[in-house]
Design a binder for this molecule. Structure first.
Ligand SMILES: [Zn+2]
Length: 435
């Protein structure tokens, strides 16, 4: 351990307020909650989402901090004493999102936002002089549950405007423009939400794992090494519909039987051949979908994920070969009609080290793991080195009302975020995280 780190360890008495953290998580869990299912529905830019954002801003103001809303609808909380002249200081950005899926859990996103606020408040209240300006962000519409533009806020901050529609609409065709205005944003000024490259020294996101890895290993903290890339192919399988009683088996061009082979081939690409981390057919729409008719056409999706872009590409190529072979064997046509892809993003090695040392300091067992889900960090990776911290998810489940984490782990994760932030913003020189 270097002298710097020993010195840092000496300031262990400085700590977050665990009760305040848990109270805010509980407060947010009441916004958009269904009395029937216990699930939370706070779709991005919905009334419940606005209420959660208002709550965050009120808490920040009560803490003497300065919350504001950018043109994309992101809530940005800064230390109040920062004047415009000091914005040349690089930021340490921390955050996550307050929006949820329909009938989701109370922790996905909200936990990371509350923890970021807690760390910022602790730094300010303790009068800690920091090299970088600590900033807490609640990114707008990460899930894309209502307006199908996921990562909306973090894409705007990262300057990825080309990837966003000019006049976005929700599933019913209602314009985002008005919903964004109600949330305090401005579609016409979207470019102003961008942070220039170099303005963010580091970005840290604390999140529930949403998977079973940490619970199974018994480790309390996950240090994320990479966020998986994702390739989603929408396929159309075209055969020939016919009477299920009169058409002989010989000569059939059953699109659903072909689709079934695609399902197994997809599973095989990961499970048997190990070409990518996970491979899933998540959606199948057969037509005409009646009991006594051979299916004539199927629309389906294949989702391939890996943290290595070349492995994902290899898996995609293998899948496309399999599709050709299945089409030939079943007399069907299989066409890829749409594709979306996001590249994997690696976290910063220096920030990983900072997280590991903070975890060691607190005596918590940890492991390194990839994130299978996408996160705002993926977008912010365009403009800054990123670090991600996971805490265990009970039962490994997420996006459901039962999503939960042991309160002791919620506090532990926030402590790791705090100590990592101290290493990153602190007045002492921590080994460079600019990689
Ligand atoms: Zn999330």
């Amino acid at each position: 351990m270097s002298g710097t780190l020993v010195q840092q360890a000496g300031s262990l008495s400085l700590d977050i307020d665990a009760d305040r953290l848990l109270r805010r998580i509980a407060d947010l869990a009441r916004i958009g909650r269904s009395e029937v299912t216990g699930g939370i529905t706070r779709e991005g830019f919905s009334a419940a989402d606005r209420e959660a954002r208002a709550y965050l801003m009120a808490e920040a103001r009560a803490a003497g901090l300065a919350p504001s809303i950018d043109a994309a609808g992101n809530v940005i909380v800064r230390p109040v004493h920062v004047s415009s002249s000091s914005t040349d200081r690089q930021a340490l950005m921390m955050g996550s999102h307050l929006d949820t899926v329909v009938n989701g859990g109370r922790l996905d996103g909200a936990y990371g936002v509350v923890a970021a606020l807690e760390v910022l408040q602790t730094l300010v209240e303790s009068g800690t002089e920091t090299r970088h300006e600590p900033v807490a962000v609640a990114f707008a519409n990460e899930e894309g549950a209502l307006f199908p533009q996921p990562f909306w806020g973090s894409m705007a901050i990262a300057g990825r405007l080309a990837g966003l529609p000019r006049e976005p609409q929700d599933h019913q065709g209602r314009p985002l423009r008005e919903a964004l205005r109600l949330a305090g944003g401005d579609l016409d000024a979207l470019g102003s939400a961008g942070w220039p490259s170099g303005s963010v020294a580091a970005y840290l996101e604390l999140h529930v794992e949403q998977g079973p890895v940490l619970e199974r290993s018994g480790n309390r903290i996950g240090v994320v090494d990479a966020i998986t890339g994702r390739i989603v192919l929408t396929l159309e399988v075209r055969g020939a519909a016919g009477h299920s009683g009169t058409a002989p088996m010989e000569g059939r061009r059953d699109a659903l039987a072909a689709a079934a082979r695609v399902v197994l081939a997809t599973e095989n690409i990961s499970r048997e051949r190990g070409l990518c981390r996970v491979a899933t057919v998540g959606r199948i729409d057969p037509h005409p979908n009646t009991p006594n008719t051979i299916v004539g056409a199927v629309r389906m999706t294949v989702d391939l994920r890996d943290t290595d872009v070349w492995r994902a590409a290899t898996a995609e190529q293998a899948l496309r070969h399999a599709l050709d072979a299945i089409a030939a064997a079943t007399g069907t046509e299989i066409e890829v009609v749409a594709e979306t892809r996001s590249d994997p993003v690696s976290t910063s090695p220096a920030l990983r080290t900072a997280i590991e040392r903070s975890t060691d300091e607190l005596g918590l067992p940890y492991e390194t793991l990839p994130s299978g889900a996408g996160h705002d960090a993926q977008m912010i990776g365009d403009i800054a080195p990123i670090g991600m911290i996971f805490v265990p998810s009970l039962g490994g489940i997420s996006h459901v009302p039962e999503e939960d984490t042991d309160p002791a782990d919620l506090v532990a994760g926030a402590r790791v975020l705090f100590r990592t932030a101290l290493r990153t913003v602190g007045p002492t020189s921590y080994p460079s995280h600019q990689d």
